[in-house]
Design a protein around this ligand. Structure first.
Ligand SMILES: Nc1ccn([C@@H]2O[C@H](COP(=O)(O)OP(=O)(O)OP(=O)(O)O)[C@@H](O)[C@H]2O)c(=O)n1
Ligand SMILES: C[C@](O)(CO)[C@H](O)COP(=O)(O)O
Length: 232
């Protein structure tokens, strides 16, 4: 089955602050987005890669690719005013009608190859595959009157990307007006009345959002051994 990946990086990075949008900041010596593109290419070199950038940023990205000698093939698409619009633009650029597409935040460079491949395999069978992780902390729901209520954390998951789908179904799902609950792609898919399938994500697959996440990113990249591996 044909595979595509839409890596959305059309945001402004307001929570990160600073003059350069977070997707272009260097970690481990090169921009965040180059790490993310490489992860998908390394998982399967046959994946058709689409990179969604803020409108007008193509010349900047082209220059970065030259400076960093980044030659991995990918198609650049202009994003929209919201993540939903950026994803939609990315989906419309897939050059085939049938197959699978992984939608992934460009600012999640630490996705594991195993998670990417499990997403495609699971979505081929069930239509969708949403990467999630268990909670490590206790959680509370804060009510409108300021009280807090204990919640049983075993019934909750943190939602990551990739979120992988059969192309025909997810493109159909995005043919609707944007709604406030569309914080990810799973909610857009569910809006059609279809249930999503969850798959295990990887906990280090953080979304680089605020400045301390850059320290974490440098730490992850500096480690010689992966978690759980015995030193050689
Ligand atoms: N109009 C938008 C908004 C967001 N994104 C992408 O969606 C992902 C998750 O969004 P988030 O982390 O919120 O990124 P920003 O919108 O850039 O950050 P902020 O909310 O702090 O401005 C990011 O890869 C971001 O670039 C996008 O493609 N198009
Ligand atoms: C898609 C996402 O990364 C899943 O956790 C998340 O919903 C994006 O949220 P944001 O408000 O755009 O950061």
């Amino acid at each position: 089955m044909k595979k595509a990946a839409v890596l959305v990086a059309g945001g402004k990075g307001n929570r990160m602050g600073g003059p350069v949008s977070k997707q272009y900041l260097p970690i481990g010596g090169k921009p965040v987005l180059m790490h993310t593109l490489e992860k998908f290419h390394q998982a399967d070199s046959g994946i058709f890669l689409i990179l969604v950038l803020p409108e007008g940023d193509s010349p900047l990205w082209k220059r970065l690719c030259e400076v960093y000698h980044f030659t991995l093939p990918h198609q650049v698409v202009a994003g929209g005013q919201s993540r939903f619009q950026s994803v939609k633009n990315g989906l419309n650029a897939i050059p085939f009608e049938e197959g699978l597409v992984a939608i992934h935040d460009g600012v999640r460079p630490f996705v594991r190859k195993e998670v990417i491949l499990a997403g495609y395999a699971s979505a081929e069978k069930s239509g969708s595959a949403i990467a999630v992780v268990d909670l490590k902390d206790s959680i509370r729901k804060v009510t409108a009157n300021g009280e807090s209520v204990f919640q049983e954390r075993q019934y909750f998951r943190l939602v990551q990307t990739p979120q992988t789908f059969q192309i025909g179904k997810i493109k159909k799902a995005f043919q609707v007006e944007e709604l406030p609950q569309f914080t990810d792609d799973a909610t857009v898919y569910e809006n059609q009345g279809w249930q999503v399938s969850l798959i295990p994500g990887n906990s280090e697959n953080i979304k680089i959002t605020t400045p301390e996440d850059l320290d974490y990113a440098e730490f992850i990249l500096s480690r010689k051994n992966k978690p759980g591996e015995f030193p050689k």
